[in-house]
Structure formats: structure tokens, C-alpha cells
Design a protein around this ligand. Structure first.
Ligand code: ATP
Ligand code: MG
Length: 391
């Protein structure tokens, strides 16, 4: 082995790069802050530098840890552990690249991919050709541009080059905090979990509110999912969970509201309550047509009169897409458990006019709701949180 190992992690950001200068600077700052928090969380040390429209983590105490941390940060498009070199001319560049790649391509079908920014006396193609032939001499099996087992990437920027062979996808989107504060109505099921994640990916700081309808196991799973999101996906924001005792409300709604309207009335009561907790927008995991309470008409009735935006990031998504996304997020097993424990009865379809709905709603509109319990998800362990909630 040449003994040359990656000395930096190259972090690429997507959309931030196309913003105007001031916005870009602000977003880079947010991304670096989130990255630092993620590295602290995973116990990784290393210097973070923003340069050339990239973020570099120099000499991280663990390359693997730096990769893990950076692929949990919103705004990060992809990540590569890389070996950085300074070079004087094409021959020098190729010699150093050969030293790095020779052992790695030995006996393998490979290709070289070069990119270049800056003024040079050579082209990217020159790098690919020259390095390719040197690596063949050094023991690589053959070049195949279509079906390579191994790709040697060379990225040239001015008099420096980055050598790598792996590109790991990040979540993309925008850094947390580049958008406003959204309060998500959070059941802990697939939909509201994926909805929260999608909003965070668009840069929103997200807090969660869960309405406790009297099933402790449901609340427990909702807390577990919320804690998972806090620990894995909310670097850059001190995410909070509000738990609201809605048992009394449920009892009153069940006693006074005609059955076809109960779900919609409950949902409206949740939104009205959430509106007063304090956020720039509310969000739900509703998806058009998924169930009777999520038709366009139902969505209209539920959020009629709410004064801040009610976002529905899943409105155009199919259930199987949503479930697949929960696997990517890492909450699939917990979300599944939630669906199993809550198993609510199917709700009949409301058919009446908006006026009929409002009449039903008015019967319970002034129901009194206890103050929410606020949980600071990051500062305590899951056990401590559950214990403090008596779960
Ligand atoms: P999810 O998978 O998020 O549970 P769902 O498809 O089961 O959603 P519903 O149970 O009809 O749909 O709920 C629709 C939305 O209402 C949820 O996505 C969530 O935003 C909100 N919601 C439902 N129940 C609660 C609750 N107990 N606390 C907070 N929000 C809730
Ligand atoms: Mg649900």
C-alpha cells in the first residue's frame, strides 16, 4: 500500500450555490454551524473551512464519523473523503495522483474522471488520458468508461487537486434555519414524520406538537420518533416537542358532535390550538385523498379560519413513497409500531355542507385545553423524557 489516506472530507452543497452572494454567505454560515453540531454529536474533531463553493473538513479525527455527520446535515448534496494535494504542473499532478490511486486500482477495471476549475495549460481530458495510462502501467486491469469497477476522481482547483473514489449522497435541500419556524402536528406515524423531515430539508426549523388522546402507548411512540429526529436530523436547531392533553377535548367532541364530523372537528381544534403555541406556519402529514378526512373538501373545512399558513408537504405523495422515505430517514420501524398501536376506527365520510360542519364545530368551539407540556428533546435522554412524562 502507498499508505496515502484521505485527509479531508469534501462536502458539496447543492442549491445554496445558486443563491445571491449575501444569501449564500448566510446559508454557508448556517450549514457550518449545523455541521459543527453534528460533528460534536458524533464525537468527531476537525477544522471546517468554506472555500471555493465547498465545505472542507480537514484532518477529521475519523473520516467515517465526518461522513456520517455531514450526511445528516440539510443543505449537503454529497460528500467525498478525499486526499488533497498541491501540484506544480500536469506531470506533478499525475505523479501524485498515481501514488494515491495505484494500489487502489490494481487488478481492476477502472476509469478516470477529471474536472477542472481555474486556468491551466492542460485540459481535464489530458488528466484522464495521462493518469489512465500511468495506472495501467502500475497494474490496473483495463479501462472501461461504461462499466468500471472503480472510478478515480480528480478534481482540480487552481494549484490544488482533490483525489477520491467515493461519492456519498446527502439529504440535499437548504440548511436548517434558512427558513422560518414551522410547528408540525405530529402523531408519530409515517406521514407526520416524513412531513417534518421534508420541511426541515427545505430549511425550516421545526417544532412538534402531539395531542394526547388518551393512549399512553401512542404518546410513547410519538416521543420516541420525535427523539430520533432530534438526535439524527435536527443539527442547527434546538427542537421542541409540545404534548397537549386532549383527552377532555376528545370526550366532549365524542359526546356532542355528530359522528361523521368528529375527525374533522378534532383536527380543526388541534390546528386552532397549535396556532396559539407560536410559529410562522403549521403543518400536517395530510395527503390528498388518502382517507375521507383528507379530501380537498375536508382539508378546506379543517383549516378554514386558521390565520397562518397550513402546510401539507405530503399533499401530492403516495403512501408507498412516504413509507419508503421513512426508511431513508430511519424511522420506519417506529412509525410502523405507531400505526399498529393506534389502529383508530375508520371514520365515516362527512357529506354535509360547510354550514353543517360549522354548526357541529360551534358546539365545541370554546372547549378549554390544558397548557402544553414542553419537552426540550436534545437536553435529555429518551428514558429521562419518558420518565418525566410518566410514560
Ligand atoms: P400520520 O401517519 O402522520 O399519523 P395519518 O395518515 O395517520 O397520518 P390522520 O390520522 O388522518 O392521518 O392524521 C392526519 C394528520 O393530522 C397527521 O398527519 C398529523 O399531522 C395530524 N394528527 C393526527 N393525529 C394527531 C395527534 N394525535 N397529534 C398531533 N397531530 C395529529
Ligand atoms: Mg395517524
Amino acid at each position: 500500500m502507498s499508505g496515502l489516506n484521505p485527509n479531508t472530507v469534501l462536502v458539496r452543497y447543492g442549491e445554496i450555490g445558486v443563491k445571491g452572494l449575501r444569501t449564500r454567505r448566510r446559508m454557508e454560515g448556517l450549514l457550518v454551524r449545523a455541521l459543527r453540531e453534528a460533528m460534536d454529536h458524533f464525537g468527531v474533531k476537525g477544522d471546517i473551512e468554506v472555500s471555493d463553493g465547498r465545505v472542507f473538513i480537514w484532518d477529521p479525527s475519523s473520516i467515517e464519523g465526518a461522513v456520517r455527520a455531514s450526511t445528516r446535515v440539510f443543505g449537503v448534496k454529497s460528500v467525498s473523503p478525499a486526499y488533497a494535494i498541491d501540484f506544480s504542473d500536469l506531470e506533478d499532478l499525475v505523479r501524485k495522483a498515481e501514488e494515491f490511486f495505484a494500489d487502489r486500482v490494481k487488478g481492476r477495471v477502472f476509469r478516470v474522471r477529471a474536472r477542472r476549475a481555474g486556468v491551466h495549460s492542460f485540459t481535464s481530458k489530458d488528466v484522464e488520458r495521462l493518469l489512465g495510462s500511468k495506472l495501467l502501467e502500475a497494474g490496473a486491469l483495463k479501462v472501461d468508461l461504461e462499466n468500471a469497477e472503480y472510478t478515480a476522481y480528480v478534481e482540480v482547483r487552481g494549484s490544488r487537486a482533490y483525489l477520491f473514489d467515493t461519492i456519498i449522497e446527502g439529504p440535499g435541500g437548504l440548511p436548517l434555519g434558512s427558513e422560518g419556524l414551522v410547528l408540525v402536528l405530529f402523531s408519530g406515524g409515517f406521514d407526520s414524520t416524513v412531513a417534518s423531515w421534508r420541511l426541515m430539508r427545505r430549511g425550516c426549523t421545526v417544532n412538534l406538537v402531539h395531542y394526547d388522546l388518551g393512549f399512553p402507548e401512542t404518546v410513547r411512540v410519538a416521543v420516541e420518533v420525535a427523539k430520533y429526529i432530534a438526535d439524527n436530523w435536527s443539527f442547527g436547531h434546538n427542537i421542541k416537542l409540545y404534548i397537549v392533553n386532549f383527552k377532555g377535548v376528545a370526550r366532549i367532541v365524542n359526546g356532542l358532535v355528530s359522528p361523521p364530523y368528529r375527525t374533522l372537528v378534532m383536527r380543526r381544534l388541534m390546528l386552532e390550538h397549535a396556532e396559539n403555541i407560536g410559529a410562522e406556519a403549521l403543518a400536517t402529514g395530510e395527503s390528498i385523498g388518502q382517507v375521507a378526512s383528507q379530501t380537498i373538501r375536508s382539508l378546506y373545512l379543517i383549516s378554514r379560519g386558521i390565520r397562518i399558513p397550513v402546510l401539507r408537504p405530503l399533499s401530492g405523495s403516495d403512501k408507498d413513497e412516504i413509507v419508503k422515505e421513512s426508511m431513508r430517514i430511519g424511522t420506519y420501524e417506529l412509525n410502523k409500531k405507531q400505526v399498529e398501536v393506534c389502529g383508530l376506527a375508520a371514520t365515516p365520510t362527512p357529506r354535509g355542507s360547510p354550514d353543517a360542519f360549522e354548526r357541529e364545530y360551534d358546539k365545541v368551539a370554546d372547549v378549554v385545553v390544558p397548557d402544553p407540556v414542553e419537552v426540550d428533546l436534545k437536553s435529555k435522554s429518551l428514558d429521562e423524557i419518558l420518565r418525566s412524562l410518566g410514560l
